[in-house]
Design a protein around this ligand. Sequence first.
Ligand code: F6P
Length: 543
Amino acid sequence: MTKVIPLNERPAWKALGAHYLQVREVQLRKLFAEDPQRGERFTVETDGISLDYSKNRITDETLKLLIQLAEESGLRERIDAMFRGEKINITENRAVLHVALRAPKSESIVVDGEDVVPAVHAVLDKMAAFAERVRSGAWKGHTGKRIRNVINIGIGGSDLGPVMAYEALKYYSQRDITFRFVSNVDGTDFAEAVRDLNPEETLFLVASKTFTTLETMTNAHSARDWSLAAFGGDEKAVAKHFVAISTNAKEVAKFGIDTANMFEFWDWVGGRYSMDSAIGLSTMVAIGPDNFRAMLNGFHQMDEHFRTAPFASNLPVLMGLLTVWYTDFFDAQTVAVLPYEQYLKRFPAYLQQLTMESNGKHVTLDGTRVAADTGPVYWGEPGTNGQHSFYQLIHQGTRLIPCDFIGFYKTLNPLGRHHDVLMANVFAQAEALAFGKTAEEVKAEGTPDWLVPHRVFEGNRPSNTILAEKLTPEVLGKLVALYEHMVFTQGTIWSIDSFDQWGVELGKVLAQRIIGELESATEPPLTHDSSTTSLIRRYRKNK
Ligand code: F6P
C-alpha cells in the first residue's frame, strides 16, 4: 500500500498554517502598493498562454511554502510516475496515461511491457479516415444518402468533453453537418435531438468507455429503434448508421455494432480525461483531422511544460497550489471559472466533472481520512453574462470565491467594439474584486452616510487571469491540459487517487433495484426506508 505522510505532519503544511495567521488580513492593495512590479513578477507564460496570479492573497513566502509543500508531497515523483505509465490509479490498478493520447509518434510510453504510442496513432489514423469519409459525403447511409447529422450518445466523460469541444471549436466546424449530443436518460433529450432529423441522413456515435452505462445504453437502444423503424427493421442499416467508441469490444458486438466500426481506447484513459481519445470522434468529424491534431499538439505542449518546468513557473502547479491555499487555509468552498469567450460556454460544465469527479474524495492513498478539505466546487458561466447574475455575491457576499478569468487578445468574430468591451470587463472585474472601493472613496462621491456601507466593496477577493491569443484547437488543447494537470497537482497534495470514481457507484446500484420496483405491474415488497418507500408508492400511483 502507498505510504502517505499525513498532510498535517508535513513541515511545509505546518509552516503554511503559521504563515496563514500572519497574512490572512493582508490586503491586495497593500501588496501591490509595496511592489510596483507585482503584476509582472507574478505572471508566468508558456507557449502563448499567460497566467497572471498576482491578484492572489499570497506573498513570496506563501509561494515558497506552497512549492515546498508540493515537493514534500512528492509531486515531482508523481508526475514522473504518471508519464512513465506507472499504475498510479491504485484503487483500479491502472496506469493514467491521457498524456499518451497526445504523444508524438516518436515517443514511447510502455504499459505492461507494451509501447502504447503506436496503438494511439493507429486509432487516430482510423478516426481520420472515417472523419474524412463523413465530411466528404463518401460515407453513405443505408439508402445511399450522405450523412447530414451526427449524434453523439454518451454521458459524463463520453459527453461533456465532446460537447464542450464541439461548442468551443464550432468556428472551425463543417457547417453543413448538424452535431447533437444526447446524454440524459430523460427521454426528452433524445426526442428533442432527433425530432427534426431524417434517419436516412443521421449517424449515431455511441460513446461509452464501458459500453454498459445505463443512460447511454438506454439512449443507444432508442436510437437503434428510431433508426430501424425508418428502414423497415432492416438490421443491415445499423452498420451504416452506428459506430461505437469504447474499450469493450464484447459489449459493442452484443449491441449489434460491427467491431470494424468501433474506435478503440484503453483502460488507462479515464472517462473525464478522454476527450482527446477516440471519444473525440465527433470533434474530429466536426473540425477535421488536421485541426484535431493541432488540438493534440496543444495538449502535448502543456504536458511537456507540466513535466519539465520548475514548479515556480509551472502554470498547472501554481494553479493547483493556489486552490489548496484557498480551500484549506481560507476555507473557500468553491472556485468560479469565468471564460470571456462565448465559444467556451460549456467549459465550466466540462471542468465540473474533471475537477469534482477527480478530487471529490475524503480517503487518501493509504486508506485513511484526509486531514484537510479536498476538491472545491467548480462552477461558472461565460462573461459578461455572469456579471448580471451571480457576480454580486462574489463582490459583496460573505464567502471567498477565487475566480479564474479566461480571455483572448483576439476574437474569432470581430464586430465593431465588441471585443474591446468584452475584454475591458475581464480586466475591470478582476480589478474590482482585488481592490474594491473603500468607504472614503464612496463618501467622496457624495453618497449619503446611510448608503455608504451598501456601496463599499471590501476587495481582497482573489483571481487568476489566463490570457491567450485566440481560441484555436491548439489553444483549447493547452487550456484543457492546464486544468487536467492542475487537478493532478491538487490531488497529489491531498494524497488522493484523482483517477477513480467510486462515489458514483452506490446510486447506480440502488437505481437498478428501484427501476424494477417502478416497472413491476403489481407492487413488489418494498424494503426501503419509509421516505423512499412512500416516494415509490406515490410515483407508482400517479405515473
Ligand atoms: O458514472 C460516472 C462515469 O463512470 C464517469 O466516470 C464516466 O465518464 C461516465 O460515467 C460514462 O462512462 P462510460 O464512458 O463508461 O459510459
